[in-house]
Design a protein around this ligand. Structure first.
Ligand code: NAI
Length: 398
């Protein structure tokens, strides 16, 4: 998987899952663009050999299963993969294919960069101040918990146990109950990824987002374990916000560690987005927060993401299958294109990654956009998904 050796060809085999709904629409131009950028940057010296991995509806048709073992094996073996969105089957079986993939492959960090592209309509005054990368814990929290429905024997039994044996003051007898597990192990490995990223990319700060004022041991624990990790292993690179005087700059090459309560942070990112850079947070907070941040800079059609573990990386758009727009050659493929950019950066093919970002920037500045951006942009030209892909390719290197 090395990217060096410009003199002879480096071929990286990358499994891809096309995805359901708009998946096929947005995958085709994304794949075409990534190939074009690599070829333009590196000529014949580097290449991606794509391997289709089946999942979702296509997999059900071919194998009867939504997530065949062979797909998991392909992703595990090749270590770097990319996917379109997958429909969550309604009722029974797997809770969500996406959650299943993250859990089976232990892809514990969900990484979502949120940046502004000039020209895109935004509900906030200074969208250009939004430049954040969210690290969302991917394996714990209520996603790994269990819920018991209202009025079930299980909920009643658990209520009795909590009240009689664990000192709970009690709650209504018809309450549904959910469990929220958050561990130092799960929190620290996620927070470590955010620290390493911030240090490597010379970002100004990492902010831990939590609701520790209410959930002291789960959300509060997440925050404490972050500070513990900074103290244990990052003394030379991380400085605590509270040790700096008002307006005092941190020492050179130091990242400032901050923490904010989740509700206050939602307000902060609207009012003072410039004060925040890398964000590390628990699973559910991260889910809410990344969609809210993305809305500040133009919506889901521009939102890339990656799910990363210790050895395996699976890149994917943040949004779902948008079924009402499926098979209409209409959706915005930028989300998946930018996920491809993250993949190129991961492969250390930085030149091609940058070339794609610049081409997307130019295409949007030219006001040649898909429906989602078009409806809020004055004087813009409406392009189909595939036409937009061709416009971005046309702008490569310009
Ligand atoms: P969604 O993200 O699919 O769509 C919400 C709305 O966002 C769409 O109606 C559309 O207006 C807009 N949108 C999303 N992507 C767009 C794009 N590329 N271009 C233009 N507009 C876009 O969310 P929804 O409707 O809640 O979920 C639909 C399905 O997707 C469900 O089955 C859900 O479980 C699944 N899903 C899958 C995800 C994944 O594969 N990682 C993530 C989120 C949802």
């Amino acid at each position: 998987m090395s990217s060096e050796q410009a003199t002879h060809e480096t071929v990286v085999k990358v499994p891809y899952i096309e995805g359901d709904g708009i998946g096929a629409d947005i995958w085709k131009p994304s794949q075409k663009l990534l190939n074009a950028a690599i070829s333009k940057c590196y000529g014949k010296s580097r290449k991606i050999e794509w391997i289709e991995a089946l999942a979702g509806e296509k997999a059900v048709e071919a194998t009867g299963e939504p997530l065949p073992e062979s797909t998991i094996e392909l992703i595990r073996t090749h270590k770097v993969s990319i996917k379109g969105p997958l429909t969550t089957p309604v009722g029974g079986g797997i809770r969500s294919l996406n959650v299943a993939l993250r859990q089976i492959l232990d892809l514990y960090a969900c990484i979502r960069p949120v940046r502004y592209f000039k020209g895109v309509a935004s509900p906030i005054k200074f969208p250009e101040h939004v430049d954040m990368v969210v690290f969302r814990e991917n394996t714990e929290d209520v996603y790994a918990g269990i819920e018991f429905a209202s009025n079930t024997p299980e909920a009643k039994r658990l209520r009795d146990f909590l009240m009689n044996e664990l000192g709970s003051k009690g709650f209504h007898e018809t309450a549904a109950i959910g469990i929220k597990p958050v561990s130092p192990f799960g929190s620290k490995r996620l927070i470590k990824k955010s620290f390493d990223f911030a240090i490597a990319q010379r970002k100004p700060s990492v902010t831990l987002i939590h609701k520790g004022n209410i959930m002291k041991y789960t959300e509060g624990g997440f925050n404490e374990w972050g500070y513990e990790l900074a103290e244990e292993s990052y003394k030379d690179h991380i400085i605590l916000e509270e040790t700096l005087a008002e307006g005092e700059a941190p020492p050179d090459n130091h990242v400032v560690l901050k923490n904010r309560i989740a509700d206050a942070f939602f307000q902060q990112v609207l009012i003072n987005p410039r004060n925040y850079s890398v964000i590390a947070t628990t699973n559910l907070n991260g889910d809410y927060l990344s969609d809210a941040l993305v809305a500040q800079v133009g919506g889901l059609g521009l939102a890339p993401g990656a799910n990363i573990g210790d050895n395996i990386a699976l890149f994917e758009a943040t949004h779902g299958t948008a079924p009402k727009h499926a098979n209409k050659d209409k959706a915005n493929p930028s989300s998946l294109m930018l996920s491809g950019v993250m993949m190129l950066e991961h492969l250390k093919w930085a030149e091609a990654a940058e070339m794609v970002v610049q081409a997307i920037r130019k295409t949007i500045l030219d006001k040649t956009v898909t429906y989602d951006l078009h409806r809020q942009m004055e004087g813009a030209t409406l392009l189909a998904c595939s036409e937009y892909g061709d416009a971005v390719i046309e702008n490569l290197g310009k």
